[in-house]
Design a protein around this ligand. Structure first.
Ligand code: HEC
Length: 289
């Protein structure tokens, strides 16, 4: 195998490895950035929901209780969770893709029933009561999400009016939600989790595309560089060496001894050419003698 082929193969392999490493680093970097951004969005949405529920509990709820007839119950007027999820439905109309869920293993509202992944998140919170949040990536119906989950605890005895014995709950509530699920909660228990889902499929796909474009540009650049290097190797090294080889063979056979060996360059091969030329002169002289 010639010098040129060997050099180009080595250069190709090393550059290709560097290129793959670069593409992977770009993908990894973009993916991390996408997750970080999803985390920020999740924190904003979470804090907004908390603020909204706080407003409901501290400012609206006392007024509503004053105005309401006893034993009447309208979810959107009397449950911060119902008001919060309804507000989020409107938010979703403007910004689709995001999801929130007040997931519970034993919920009043059937749609709040935790699925398998959510039940795992809740049981993790139950097993680690000091943990105040958890997050990660999750796939739902083929879509990738970043999730931010926070435990919800029965932190006040007033929760038990509606979530303990159905006999104590407002009649309207029982009529709407039934008596099957959402009751017999205990004070201090972690019963649910607010989970905010931020879609990341698009960002991950974008990270992949960026990495592929980078790989494509790199591969194009690599091929071009290898082409230029190949021309340089041909002109600067392979062809002069072939000429010198032919001339040395001629000299060894005593042919064309009157033609000087010279190259119009000024590098190591030109030095070699001058050496061979001196050899030619010596051989010519010796033959004359
Ligand atoms: C006046 C009755 C009432 C009180 C008091 C009440 N809730 Fe609820 N809660 C409801 C209703 C009704 C829903 C269903 C809301 C909906 O339709 O989204 C609900 C839903 C929830 C949910 C979502 C899961 C599910 O069961 O559907 C959680 C979590 C929850 N409540 C926790 C609490 C906590 C914690 C407290 C005490 C701080 C509390 N609730 C006090 C009536 C009440």
């Amino acid at each position: 195998m010639g010098i040129r082929t060997r050099f180009l193969i080595m250069m190709g392999i090393l550059s290709l490895l560097a290129l793959i490493a670069m593409g992977w680093a770009s993908y990894d970097f973009s993916k991390r950035a996408a997750l970080k951004e999803a985390e920020n969005k999740g924190t904003i949405i979470y804090n907004y929901l908390v603020a909204q529920r706080q407003f409901f509990q501290s400012d609206q709820s006392p007024l509503i209780s004053e105005l309401m007839e006893k034993d009447r119950f309208y979810p959107y007027l009397m449950s911060g969770f119902a008001a919060s999820r309804k507000t989020f439905d409107y938010f979703n109309q403007a910004m689709p893709g995001f999801m929130i869920k007040y997931a519970a293993t034993n919920p009043l509202r059937a749609a709040n029933k935790a699925d398998n992944d959510e039940a795992k998140i809740i049981s993790n919170f139950k097993a680690n009561p000091s943990q105040d949040s958890s997050s990660g990536t999750i796939t739902k119906n083929g879509i990738n999400f970043y999730y931010h989950a926070v435990p919800l605890k029965v932190n006040s005895k007033t929760c038990l009016t509606c979530h303990a014995d159905p006999a104590d709950a407002p009649k309207d509530q029982v009529e709407i939600y039934g008596t099957e699920s959402g009751y017999h909660w205990k004070y201090g228990d972690i019963v649910a989790s607010l989970i905010v889902y931020i879609p990341i499929s698009e960002a991950i796909a974008q990270a992949k595309t960026t990495a592929m474009i980078l790989l494509g540009i790199g591969a194009g650049g690599l091929l071009f560089t290898m082409f230029i290097v190949s021309i340089f190797l041909e002109k600067g090294i392979v062809s002069p060496i072939t000429i010198l080889n032919d001339r040395t063979e001629e000299i060894s056979l005593g042919k064309n001894l009157d033609q000087p060996v010279s190259l119009n360059s000024n590098d190591e091969i030109a030095t070699l050419a001058r050496g061979i030329d001196r050899l030619r002169i010596s051989v010519a002289r010796m033959l004359k003698r």
